[in-house]
Design a binder for this molecule. Structure first.
Ligand code: DX5
Ligand code: ZN
Length: 555
């Protein structure tokens, strides 16, 4: 499909919601492992996989083999979003006679492999990849295996065979979420170095213990290790695997079981269990409220932007906000596309180029060529026709489409028709021109107002708050509906960028938890509040959420 970063992200969100819907109706199923591989499937379905939903048996299609077949709801949800069948069909998950069973079955057109008996999918993939070589076909085989299923000896037989036959047309993913049906993988059959202590839910963070890559390397595979929830890393890994010749590739993807729903994350209980109906609306809000932190590097050392970027990347920013100022649209001048092009090779992290320039339509191609992942232009310097041109150019080049409005600007009437395909709307919370200004308080009311308009017009992108965002106000800006937070002075201007980003995230998380508690209270009073709190059993979440509920007077 070749969609852009934002479209992939939006589809993943949609697929996750379908997993919740389907398993809830079925009363059983596997959300945990569906969510740990959600981003991997998203990158495959919406960018790399060659397929035709109207002709599932197309000879030259790429083959997607879900070896960890219990995560079928994740596969089916993406198949629905990708157009194989209507989303409503997920209501039949696990029902007698449905093509959507608890494990993938060939009776569902588009499914390549009857997964479920663990350990067998990689062997099957080897056969299919060998067949491609024999028949001179250039389709690719993508296979997803679990870490629990790596206990099976057959996985390692397949690993040897793929290397022996130099099957460079196989790319496998190890969904390394550290949890299998009954417990943590390292307690049942360790893949990594023996653990001292038992802080198991934290172990995936300690890279020094990871030895799984060495195992695969010793079996003759090309190994790439990534964070399996970061789209740009999955994307780059697949691109690299596709050009690697003479050797199969294993992408070891560190993931979190149940990712995106706090009470499911890292919790073995959610391997195979369906959410209750009264919790579903709370989960859906949670899924809709994923957020991103975008540091603005102009708040740092302008003579060494390279270093500012490195700090943001190692501080785990979601993307880098690049403020382009031309000295005309705003009095200051920062940098232009040539600088962005220079910075691009430093990192694969998405570049969020915010063009504060006159006549953006004349320059937008340069910013596409420079390697921006999203480009935002201002309402004040575009009209229906020039924005239409920019919009089409960006879409054609798989670049995200952004639109920005100044504090005194409202969404122009001509713009509404673009809302359904817009990826990001920046609501300026300072007068653009420089970093370090104070957040304009009226922005709260403006965002709330805008948010309901946006919903009515099928906007499914991200609302970005830009200017004066800090630890004191970020929680309430999140409550207004913002999902991307630019941070100049409050992030890049700080001594420790990593800590600043972490603190930003924690503040948003606090605000989100308190909104979810409000939601639980509104839907089911104190009983539902308690029920929801008690779902959070891993780490310190339970205590932290209880404290918020007590402060709010719910319990
Ligand atoms: C303002 C820019 C912002 C700004 C952010 O014109 O678009 O991105 O630099 O910096 P802070 O967070 O310091 O306001
Ligand atoms: Zn900006």
């Amino acid at each position: 499909m070749n969609l852009n970063y934002y479209q992939i992200k939006k589809n993943i969100r949609r697929a996750r919601k379908l997993v919740i819907m389907a398993t809830n109706i079925a009363g059983s199923g596997h959300p945990g492992g569906s969510f740990s591989m959600a981003e991997i499937l998203g990158c495959l379905f919406y960018k790399y996989l060659k397929f035709d939903p109207n002709n599932p048996q197309w000879e030259d299609r790429d083959r997607l083999v879900l070896s960890k077949g219990h995560a079928a709801p994740g596969l089916f949800s993406n198949m629905a979003v990708a157009g194989y069948f209507p989303e409503s069909e997920l209501e039949t998950l696990r029902k007698f006679g449905s093509k959507l069973q608890g494990h993938p079955d060939l009776k569902c057109p588009g499914v390549e492999f009857c997964g479920g008996s663990l350990g067998t999918g990689l062997s099957y993939s080897v056969g299919v990849a060998l067949a491609a070589k024999i028949n001179s076909k250039d389709y690719h085989v993508y296979t997803i295996i679990g870490d629990g299923e790596s206990d099976e000896g057959q996985i390692w037989e397949a690993a040897m065979t793929a290397a022996k036959y130099k099957l460079d047309n196989i790319t496998a993913f190890l969904d390394r979420n550290f949890i299998q049906q009954d417990s943590y993988t390292e307690q049942i059959m360790p893949l990594d170095e023996k653990l001292e202590g038992d802080d198991l839910s934290e172990m995936w963070k300690d890279a020094s213990r990871w030895k799984t890559g060495d195992k695969w390397r010793s079996f003759g595979w090309n190994v790439i290790e990534i964070d399996g929830h970061r789209i740009e890393q999955i994307d780059a890994a697949i691109a690299k695997a596709n050009t690697t010749k003479g050797i199969p590739t294993m992408i070891i993807s560190r993931t979190i079981k149940g990712k995106s729903v706090e009470h499911m994350e890292d919790n073995p209980l959610w391997h195979g269990k369906a959410p209750d109906s009264d919790i579903v609306p709370i989960i859906n809000f949670e899924l809709d409220s994923q957020f991103m932190i975008a540091p603005s590097i102009i708040a740092g050392d302008m003579t060494n932007l390279e270093n500012e970027i490195k700090k943001c990347v190692s501080g785990r920013a979601d993307y880098i906000h690049l403020d382009v100022m031309d000295g005309q649209f705003v009095p200051n001048k920062t940098f232009d596309h040539t600088k962005i092009k220079e910075l691009r090779p430093l990192t694969i992290i998405p570049f969020d180029s915010h063009l504060m320039i006159n006549e953006p339509v004349k320059h937008v191609t340069n910013y596409i060529d420079a390697g921006s992942d999203i480009i935002t232009v201002h309402a004040e310097v575009t009209d229906e026709s020039s924005f239409g041109e920019i919009h089409d150019l960006l879409k054609q080049n798989q670049v995200g489409v952004g639109f920005a409005i100044n504090p005194d600007t409202e969404l122009p009437d001509w713009f509404y028709k673009f809302l359904p395909s817009l990826d990001q709307l920046i609501v300026m919370s300072v007068v653009p021109g420089k970093s370090g200004q104070k957040f304009i308080e009226e922005t709260h009311a403006k965002m709330t107002r805008l948010n309901s308009i946006l919903k009515k017009h099928n906007f499914s992108g991200y609302l970005e708050a830009d200017g004066g965002v800090n630890l004191e106000n970020i929680g309430s800006i999140f409550a207004d509906g913002a999902r991307v937070f630019v941070g100049g002075g409050a992030i890049v201007g700080q001594q420790d960028v990593r800590v600043a980003i972490r603190d930003f995230r924690n503040e948003v998380l606090k605000s989100r938890r308190s909104i979810l508690l409000d939601k639980a209270n509104e839907l089911g009073g104190v009983d539902l509040v308690n029920k929801w709190i008690n779902l959070h059993i891993i780490g310190e979440k339970h205590e932290q959420i209880k404290k918020i509920a007590q402060e709010a007077g719910y319990i």
